[in-house]
Design a protein around this ligand. Structure first.
Ligand code: F7E
Length: 326
C-alpha cells in the first residue's frame, strides 16, 4: 500500500487530495500543527481514513519525527500561510512557514531518507510568484516578480525545491498552481466570500458585502481538478515543474456579477460596497496561465469551466445557509 503524508491537510486542497489518494488505495497521513487544533475535528469527521500526526512546518525535529513514523512514499507540502492579505500584516510568520517551512521539510526528507532517497516530494508553488507579470500567459519559464510577502515566500520555496532536486538528486516537483476554488474554500478568499455573501443576501440575512479591488483578473479553476495534477506529477519518471491553470482570465467584477446572477439577482451593484480596507499595498493585476506542458506531459486538463464553478459555489452556499435556518 503506497503511503502519503500531506501538510495542510485541513485546507481546501489537503481535503480534496486526501480523497483522491484514498480512492487510489493510499494510506494517507495528515500533519496537524498546534495544540487542540479545532480543524483537526473537521478532518476527523469528514475524512475518517486520514491518520493525523502532530507536527509543524516551523519545527524541524517534529518533521523528522513525522517522516520517521509515517515512512511515506510521497510527501505533499500544501501547508502555508496562504492568505495574501494576511501576509502583509504577518510577513515574518509567512516567510517562516510558507518559505522556510519548505526548506525544513526538504531537509527532514534528506536527513531521514539518506542517499538514493526514495521519497517523492510535491511543493505547492503559486501563480502569485509571477506577481507583476513579465509576459502573458505565464508558463514555467516566465520570470518571477512577487508582489507580497506571500509571493516572496513562495518564490523561496519554489527555488529551494528546484535546488534540492539539482543538488541532491531528490525527486522534488513544483506545481505552479493558479487560483483554484471550491465550496471548501476559506471565507477569507474573494470567491467564497462573495458566494457566501450572495447566498445570505438572497435569503435576507445580510444587506451588502464590502469588497476591495474589482478590477484584478485571475485564472480561476476548480480545486478538485487541480489536486489530480499534484498526484500525476509524482507519478512521472523524472521530477519536473508544471503550471496548472485553465488559460482563461476573469475580473473579480465578473465573478461577482455571475455569482449574484446565479442567485437570481441582476442589480448586483446595489449590494456591493467598495471598502479601501480590502485593497492591498501592492496588487497582482492580471494572471492567466499556460498549462500546455501539463497537458502534453501529464495528460492533465481542467474539467470544470468558470461559469459552472461559480454556480456550484453559489448553490452550495445557498443550501448551507438555508440548512442553518431550518
Ligand atoms: O484575491 C481581490 C484581491 O484573496 C483575489 C491564494 O489561494 O490564489 C490566492 O491568492 C483577488 C485579489 O486570492 C477582495 O485584491 C477584491 O486581487 O481570493 P484572493 P489571491 O490573492 O489571488 C493564489 C494562487 C495563492 O497561491 C494564494 O494562496 O481578489 N479582492 N476584494 C479581494 N480579495 C479578498 N480576499 N477579499 C476581498 O474583499
Amino acid at each position: 500500500m503506497p503511503t502519503a503524508l500531506i501538510t495542510g491537510i485541513t485546507g481546501q486542497d489537503g481535503q480534496y487530495l486526501a480523497e483522491v489518494l484514498h480512492g487510489e488505495g493510499y494510506r494517507v497521513f495528515g500533519l496537524i500543527p498546534g495544540q487542540r487544533n479545532p480543524r483537526a475535528d473537521l478532518v476527523a469527521s469528514g475524512l475518517p481514513y486520514v491518520e493525523l500526526i502532530e507536527g509543524d512546518l516551523a519545527d524541524l525535529s517534529s518533521l523528522i519525527a513525522a517522516l520517521e513514523y509515517t515512512q511515506p512514499d510521497e510527501v505533499y507540502n500544501l501547508g502555508a500561510i496562504s492568505f495574501v492579505a494576511l501576509s502583509f500584516k504577518q510577513a515574518e510568520l509567512t516567510a517562516n512557514i510558507t518559505g522556510l517551512g519548505v526548506l525544513r521539510l526538504l531537509e527532514a526528507i534528506r536527513l531521514v531518507g539518506g542517499t538514493d532517497n526514495p521519497v517523492r516530494f510535491y511543493q505547492a508553488s503559486s501563480s502569485e510568484m509571477f506577481g507583476k507579470v513579465r509576459e502573458t500567459p505565464q508558463n514555467e519559464l516566465t520570470p518571477l516578480h512577487p508582489r507580497s510577502p506571500y509571493g516572496s515566500a513562495k518564490v523561496f520555496g519554489h527555488n529551494t525545491t528546484v535546488n534540492y532536486r539539482e543538488s541532491y538528486g531528490m525527486y522534488a516537483c513544483s506545481g505552479i498552481l493558479f487560483n483554484h476554488e471550491s465550496p471548501r474554500r476559506g471565507l477569507e478568499f474573494v470567491t467564497r466570500k462573495v458566494t457566501n455573501a450572495v447566498a445570505r443576501i438572497a435569503l435576507g440575512l445580510q444587506d451588502e458585502v464590502a469588497l476591495g479591488n474589482l478590477d484584478a483578473k485571475r485564472d480561476w479553476g476548480f480545486a478538485g481538478d487541480y489536486v489530480t495534477a499534484m498526484h500525476l506529477m509524482l507519478q512521472q519518471p523524472e521530477p519536473d515543474d508544471f503550471v496548472i491553470a485553465t488559460g482563461k482570465t476573469h475580473a473579480v467584477r465578473d465573478f461577482v456579477q455571475l455569482a449574484f446572477a446565479a442567485a437570481g439577482i441582476d442589480d448586483w451593484e446595489r449590494y456591493v460596497r467598495i471598502d479601501p480596507r480590502f485593497f492591498r499595498p501592492a496588487e497582482v493585476d492580471l494572471l492567466v496561465g499556460d498549462a500546455s506542458k501539463a497537458r502534453r506531459v501529464l495528460g492533465w486538463e481542467p474539467k470544470m469551466a468558470f461559469e459552472e464553478l461559480v454556480t456550484t459555489m453559489v448553490a452550495h452556499d445557498l443550501e448551507a445557509e438555508q440548512r442553518k435556518l431550518s
